[in-house]
Write a new protein. Structure first.
Length: 219
């Protein structure tokens, strides 16, 4: 037996609830979005396919999609009408959708802020070139407590050097979109025995001792 929409007495199916119902039509007409779905849309798949073009008007201050929350609240309002005889106007549905979208946006913003405060960054490396590169898997990992973009690049290069050295790769060219790294015209690495590097080794040990002293004394 076909279900009948309590709002407009038409046959109720999914596309009717989301688009063809009188309330749904008013919601899409009044919603603060740049474009609206065509009334000729006959399936949910088609509706969702074109939904990304329903961008939010700038003055609303939302960068998350509003259309998904409109669909959600249209569905909820129809359920409330069907099972509890509770009605919601088109403006109430729109206002609730904007509120939900803003809550979602704030949650995403707080998450991003937390990530920035923790200094979390992603590291990604791809290898290309000769037969040797076929043996090299891409590097994809995250790091905590990264103080700057330059530090992230330095750690990425370190990961690459350690990785290819373990695989006995003898020739390496590093290409990066970092201006700090790419400003070098030529970089080379040479092994220096520790006995020939006494002064630098002494500086490194003194800094390490100073850090240990600071941590022990709560500085």
């Amino acid at each position: 037996m076909e279900q009948v929409c309590k709002s407009c007495d038409a046959v109720k199916d999914d596309i009717h609830v989301f688009l063809h119902c009188r309330v749904a039509t008013q919601v899409w007409d009044l919603a603060p979005i740049s474009s609206r779905p065509s009334i000729a849309t006959m399936s949910i798949t088609s509706l969702i396919l074109y939904a990304p073009s329903f961008t939010v008007l700038p003055l609303l201050g939302l960068w998350v999609p509003l259309w998904s929350w409109l669909l959600w609240n249209l569905w909820k309002s129809m359920n409330k009408l069907s099972f509890k005889n509770i009605t919601f106007s088109s403006m109430e549905i729109i206002v609730k959708s904007i509120s939900d979208a803003r809550e979602c946006q704030n949650a995403q913003y707080q998450k991003r802020l937390q990530i920035l405060e923790q200094g979390i960054c992603g590291i990604g490396v791809l290898f290309s070139g000769g037969n040797t590169c076929e043996q090299l898997s891409p590097i994809c990992e995250s790091r905590n407590s990264i103080s700057s973009a330059f530090m992230a690049e330095a750690l990425t290069i370190r990961s690459v050097v350690v990785y290819v050295a373990l695989l006995n790769v003898k020739s390496l060219m590093i290409m990066s979109d970092s201006l700090s790294i790419s400003s070098f015209e030529y970089v080379s690495f040479y092994y220096v025995p520790r006995l020939s590097n006494v002064e630098v080794n002494a500086v490194a040990k003194s800094v390490h001792s100073l850090l240990n002293f600071s941590f022990r004394n709560g500085a």
